[in-house]
Design a protein around this ligand. Structure first.
Ligand code: SAM
Ligand code: SF4
Length: 325
């Protein structure tokens, strides 16, 4: 009988797809992209909207319940709203979210609301415009902050992704945490990973160090995963509208419950963010092997690495914007 779900070699069901729709971006966060000389791919190398739709259909057929659209920056791709609308119409049952830097998203808030998308992860690493400029190399703080406030005001479920780095923005940890006192958002402090094209972390701050900084303010913390497969360890101080969490993206203590499939904008399916176990979906689609794809995806996960530390051995640490964060 044909299998109709993806279960990895350790018995874990895969139900969450993170799909990158472009490698391009309008910011240049130094922890993500090597520098201004970043070379982007010609459009023909990216999966077309038709091909992306096909991949989503196949994976929904294999039991995917959650989909996150990411990049690069999703909203730099033309007609992103039309693409999102198409997903919701074809798969209304999917839990659909978007990760964005918020520079262009602000002008699409009404359309997103009309389509019915609720979950937005917005990346913001500083509340200080000049520090924002130093991190992203673009003077766009006001746009992103304005977008954040509009999203909250419009009732979206907002998570703020903040990559914290020693000597860069670690002193802003309490300000970010306090933002969740007033606003119903989930703040997630993310450990810096070496996916920036040169492999060196600028100011790595570990889960434990971030937790200690928070404990100075809020006392001893009992951090819990919101869901079994969540990468974030959270707490909600009493009286807060929102919550605060830490994502040990580099120390990787959540790998045991991983349920993610990652597909890059060029259609490379990665069984682990850190690994090199890849299936070339674009190659299969463009060589007329569409009907073999489901079977090949299932088989690829039969050789999944147990965790990110295992997977990392011998891997290339490219830019996060290429993989899709
Ligand atoms: N451009 C969108 C954005 O920034 O939200 C989506 C793509 S971005 C690659 C997705 C997430 O990956 C962002 O929250 C970003 O902060 C995070 N990220 C990128 N490079 C990272 C790194 N080296 N370490 C940790 N997180 C990283
Ligand atoms: Fe662009 Fe997002 Fe990477 Fe920043 S983190 S450079 S916004 S893809």
């Amino acid at each position: 009988m044909l299998e109709n779900r993806i279960v990895d070699s350790f018995g874990r069901p895969l139900e969450y797809l993170r799909l990158s729709v472009t490698d391009r971006c309008n910011l240049r966060c130094f922890y993500c992209m090597p520098d201004e000389r970043m070379k982007f791919l010609p459009k023909k190398e990216l999966l077309s909207y038709e091909e992306l739709g096909f991949v989503i259909n196949e994976l929904v057929g294999l039991g995917i319940k959650k989909l996150r659209i990411t990049g690069g920056e999703p909203f730099v791709r033309r007609n992103m709203i039309g693409f999102l609308k198409g997903i919701v119409e074809s798969h209304p049952e999917l839990e659909l979210g978007i990760t964005s830097n918020g520079v262009l998203l602000g002008k699409h808030i009404k359309e997103l609301k009309a389509i019915g998308i609720q979950k937005i992860n917005l990346s913001l690493d500083s509340f200080d415009p000049s520090r924002f400029l130093r991190i992203t190399a673009r003077d766009d703080f006001q746009k992103v902050y304005g977008c954040l406030l509009d999203l909250i005001e419009s009732g979206f479920q907002v998570k703020i992704n903040c990559v914290v780095m020693k000597g860069v923005n670690d002193h802003e940890i309490p300000d970010f945490a306090e933002f969740a006192r007033t606003f119903p958002v989930s703040i997630r402090f993310i450990e810096e990973m070496p996916f920036n094209g040169h492999g060196k972390q600028r100011g790595f701050l570990s889960y434990g160090q971030i937790k200690s900084i928070l404990e100075e303010k809020y006392g001893t913390l009992d951090l819990q995963q919101a869901e079994i497969s969540s990468s974030s360890f959270d707490f909600a101080p009493s009286g807060f509208e929102g919550s605060i969490g830490i994502i040990p993206a580099y120390t990787r203590s959540f790998c045991g419950s991983c349920n993610r499939i990652r597909i890059s904008a060029t259609g490379q399916m990665k069984t682990c963010l850190y690994g090199k176990n890849v299936l070339d979906l674009r190659g299969l689609i463009r060589s007329g092997k569409r009907e073999e794809i489901k079977h090949m995806i299932i088989n690829k996960y039969k050789v999944k690495e147990e965790n990110g530390l295992q997977a990392e051995k011998g891997s290339e640490l490219v830019s996060m914007s290429m993989i899709g964060g």
